[in-house]
Design a protein around this ligand. Structure first.
Ligand code: CMC
Length: 425
């Protein structure tokens, strides 16, 4: 129990303790009892929900999905199995995984009429804009949208996870004016995406196992990250009981920004600029420390991690392995490593506990695979879909849940009157 003293009066506030010992003060009755609200711009101290999906200990660089360490999943699991784990809360049996994979295959095709929607976008449209619009449009092709507790949830979740990949590949092909390549039912999830993006009608793309595995692992590492900006957006929209496709589409929009998922695109653009300018990285580090420059070291820093992001560690290792396997020497990887070394020895970054995050090295892997920079955040969206769906499910399953509706402290003009236009100065 926490005690609060306000204007000489004492109030007791219940304490909530999470399964990993995280502590919160429950202020849900604060306004009713005291007339006060809490103010926490950016929500750095606000728990918006109690969730059983993902645990992060930012101080110690720990990330677990449903209790399983990310390092173990990255080594032993696949994206599809991890998606199942996140959504249904347990690892699937062989049969359950087989059924889920089949459901993904059955739902991979878009309705033929959806192809016409792609034609309405200009060639230079950002694929994230196309993705969010098309995910929302996909909801129009579902016979019946979900009600809470609906048994159709399994099918709609599978449809979304499967079709986000088809939409991503189609929008990539459209942006290059290339013919659409349909999915191959015999291919597994990530291999199918690469096939739809890079095969030609006259020649199949050669699937290198190292490439397929690296991209699959990137999806797995992005699959959930508790109450980040896009997942909170999904929960916010879901709390109004909007449908799953509308919520996922809103999640894509929130993810797009460069401070969130868009950072993977921003990192590569930053590295390319540094490379072209001939800077060894030290000039850029100085600019990133100077607030007046308007520049930040993209791919560095995190609201929750005050230590090395565990996903970044795994991705950095995978990046070295993949580039070695492909005999690829990327000068941008050297620049990234130099930037990291300089930042990790610089008091500015150390004092602020700014370490590489998931976006710092993932772009170099995607670039080696041949994925264009403007598709990077689309790849993040494909990976994050199971996390959004799990959080959407938590909202729907919570029968006592209320619509998300924060309050504010108004700082505008006090009561005023309407002045007719001729009397205005
Ligand atoms: N480069 C230089 N300075 C930084 C950086 C950076 N990347 N990140 C934070 N700072 C400074 C910031 O200027 C502030 O300094 P001061 O205390 O002197 O005012 C201090 O560090 C705290 O930063 P903040 O902006 O208050 O921290 P935040 O928790 O609000 O923001 C962040 C977190 C991730 C948005 C931020 O670190 C950032 O902009 N990083 C670069 C963009 C990025 O890589 N985003 C991907 C995040 S991980 C994946 C995801 O979420 O999708």
């Amino acid at each position: 129990m926490a005690r609060l003293e306000l204007n000489g009066k004492q109030y007791e506030l219940p304490e909530v303790v999470g399964s990993e010992g995280e502590r919160a003060v429950d202020i849900s009755a604060l306004r009713n009892n005291t007339g006060y609200i809490t103010l926490d711009e950016g929500y750095g101290n606000t728990g918006s929900c109690q969730s059983t999906v993902t645990f992060i200990d930012g101080e110690n660089g720990i990330l677990r999905y449903r209790g399983i360490p990310i390092e173990e999943l990255a080594e032993k699991s696949t994206f599809v199995e991890t998606a199942y784990l996140l959504i249904w809360g347990k690892l699937p049996t062989l049969q359950e995984l087989e059924d889920f994979s089949q459901l993904l295959t059955k739902n991979e095709m878009l309705h033929e009429d959806m192809k016409y929607h792609f034609e309405g976008f200009p060639t230079h449209a950002h694929p994230m804009a196309i993705l969010s619009a098309m995910i929302n449009a996909a909801g129009c092709f579902v016979p019946k949208l979900l009600a809470p507790g609906d048994e159709l949830f399994v099918i709609q979740a599978a449809r979304l996870i499967s079709q986000v990949r088809t939409i991503a590949a189609f929008s990539y092909r459209k942006s290059l004016g290339l013919p659409i390549i349909y999915p191959k039912p015999a291919y597994k999830y990530t291999a199918n995406l690469l096939h739809m993006m890079f095969s030609e009608p006259y020649q199949d793309y050669e699937l290198l196992p190292e490439v397929v595995q690296a991209l699959d692992m990137i999806f797995l590492l992005h699959a959930d990250h508790e109450q980040n900006c896009s997942t909170s957006t999904v929960r916010m929209v879901a709390s109004s009981r909007a449908n799953l496709f509308a919520c996922a589409s809103a999640g894509v929009c929130a993810l797009w920004g460069p401070l969130h998922g868009g950072a993977n695109q921003a990192v590569l653009e930053m590295l390319e600029k540094i490379h072209q300018s001939g800077d060894n990285g030290s000039k850029f580090i100085e600019q990133a420390k100077d607030k007046r420059s308007g520049k930040r070291l993209m791919g560095f820093g995190h609201r929750v991690y005050k230590n090395y992001d565990p996903r970044a560690k795994i991705i950095k290792k995978k990046c070295d392995q993949l580039l070695d396997a492909m005999h690829w020497n990327d000068p941008l990887l050297d620049i990234a490593k130099r930037l990291e070394e300089a930042a990790l020895n610089d008091p500015y970054f150390l004092e602020r506990k700014l370490y590489p995050n998931v976006d710092f090295y993932s772009g170099i892997i995607m670039r080696a695979i041949g994925i264009p920079i403007n598709m990077f955040t689309v790849m993040f969206s494909i990976g994050r879909m199971p996390g959004w769906i799990s959080n959407y499910k938590e909202i729907l399953d919570n029968k006592e849940g209320r619509i998300y509706r924060p309050r504010q402290i108004y700082q505008g003009p006090v009561e005023n009157r309407y002045v007719p236009i001729r009397e205005r100065q």
